[in-house]
Design a protein around this ligand. Sequence first.
Ligand SMILES: [Mg+2]
Length: 283
Amino acid sequence: MQFSSPEGEHRYADLVRVADRTIVGLDFDGTLAPIVDDPTRAHIHPDAADALIDLAPQVAAIAVITGRPARQALDLGGLEEVGDAIQGAGKELFLFGQYGNERWSSRQRRIVSPRPPRGLATFERDLPRTLRQADAADAYVEDKGLAVAVHTRRLPDPGEAFERLLPPMRALAEAHGMVVEPGRNVIEVRSPGAHKGMVVEKLAAELDARGFLFAGDDLGDLEAFEAVTELEKTGLAALRVCSASQEQSALLPLADVVVTGPSGVVGLLRQLRLDIMQSSAIG
Ligand SMILES: [Mg+2]
């Protein structure tokens, strides 16, 4: 464990003091699980499960926050078993998949997906008129549950229809609080993207946390770091941990602690547990 500044060391000590009200948030790939060539084989570090189980009784909750679908992360992490052990100790393990669009916890034991975004129904109601006005009434509309996709592939000139449709669809999407995601002869409309920062913010509020540690390794973790920094401004103890790798260094300048990959993260979790136990023995 290497503190990137004297402040980092102070922040760590502050976090230890409010450990029982602290949430430990962890990215999965590159943080708990080593990066491998085949992402379907990115299993959790062999010592990570025990480190999480041992740490859990000392903190408020542990949350794994990943871009992966929740089901995949549960399987690759063996997180249902880890959750059983943590739940047995009277604490809770959370797993947020697809950047927070899916939620699982050791108490609820099922993956909860979101309701369709709020603007989607009214967007769909207004869509036929927009298609008619753009002379694309025959475009194929695919309801994807959490999004709608308009395909121009079956129209006489798909490319031209796509170009013609994009501006009015973008305007309609924005009017309903949605965003467009253009693809190959398809315009998808969905809610503005979930991100890990939203998970950090919501979970801290839900559990009334007084501290938040987040460990990540990649660009998708930037929002979580930023959310932790926002919480810090409201008085929470905060610690940003970078699981460092050769490939990505975007988090380094923002981190309080830098460790080397998943083995370093496991080492930090173990050290944190010891420091909390020592601190409470003294206090
Ligand atoms: Mg990662």
